[in-house]
Design a protein around this ligand. Structure first.
Ligand code: PGA
Length: 259
């Protein structure tokens, strides 16, 4: 499945929230039904997926937060496979989120998951990002290493079906040190595109799709990130807050109207 080229993405990653089905119904009921060429994709926890798919259509706008390491898929109790998700009409799956990496997932595991998703005609959203940002630019080295490990052996063609989520760890979640500024995001987006170009021997790097994630909470910030070369945003907390989500959606629309 090729990444749609004309759309802006707003990925709403609910993580482990909310606590109950009733609350999940309220959240998805607050999502706008039609967003034109913006894809607002909800990533609810697995138990709420069926309900979210019934209340929020089309089905491709509901995604999964992860799949299970597939060896051996048949006996991994509690596991979720790409073919199951694909058969539910899903298109997008997040892999390599920093929370999952922190729990022990490594680049090789993520590489296996990316390949499994591509084989099932789905679009992996692959998270990468540095732990800290230093003045001397050492962090670029970390990102490069992560890219080489995570995307090892993937081709230029594969990247037409992959979305990269640039998520600097220092800017994510309640522990975030500060928001990333647009210039920092812009230079890193260019760096990531160049690294993918080197990895795949592709001089034309324009088609690598990158979204940004890390404490995005308002429309102005979303516009800055789109202007910095991102094709969308990956939201955590803001995806559960109708006011923040509304502001971000309006920001994307304003950006679009200016184009
Ligand atoms: P946040 O989460 O928006 O709450 O910082 C982003 C993420 O973890 O992907």
């Amino acid at each position: 499945m090729l990444v749609p080229q004309n759309n802006i993405f707003v990925f709403a990653n609910w993580k482990t929230k909310p606590a109950t089905l009733a609350e999940a119904k309220k959240i998805i009921a607050s999502y706008p039904k039609s967003t034109g060429r913006m894809e607002l994709v909800a990533f609810p926890p697995f138990p709420f997926m069926g309900m979210v798919q019934e209340m929020y259509t089309p089905r491709r706008l509901v995604g999964a937060q992860n799949i299970t390491e597939l060896v051996p898929a048949s006996s991994f109790v509690g596991g979720v496979t790409p073919s199951q998700l694909a058969s539910m009409g899903m298109r997008y799956v997040i892999v390599g989120h920093s929370a999952v990496r922190a729990a022990g997932e490594n680049d090789q595991d993520i590489n296996t998951k990316i390949r499994a998703l591509l084989e099932n005609n789905m679009i992996p959203i692959v998270c990468i990002g540095e732990h800290a940002r230093d003045e001397s630019g050492e962090f670029f080295h970390d990102i490069e290493e992560q890219i080489q490990g995570t995307f090892d052996g993937l081709t230029k063609k594969d990247f037409e079906s992959i979305i990269i989520a640039y998520e600097p760890l220092w800017a994510i979640g309640e522990e975030a040190l500060r928001d990333a500024i647009a210039e920092e995001v812009e230079e890193t987006v260019i760096f990531i595109k160049r690294s993918i170009g080197t990895l795949t021997g592709n001089q034309r790097i324009g088609r690598t799709t990158i979204v940004y994630g890390g404490s995005v909470s308002n429309g102005e910030q979303a516009q800055d990130l789109l202007n910095a070369g991102c094709r969308g945003v990956l939201l955590g907390r803001a995806s559960l807050d109708p006011k923040q989500l509304g502001s971000i959606i309006n920001g994307v629309k304003t950006y679009r109207n200016k184009k």
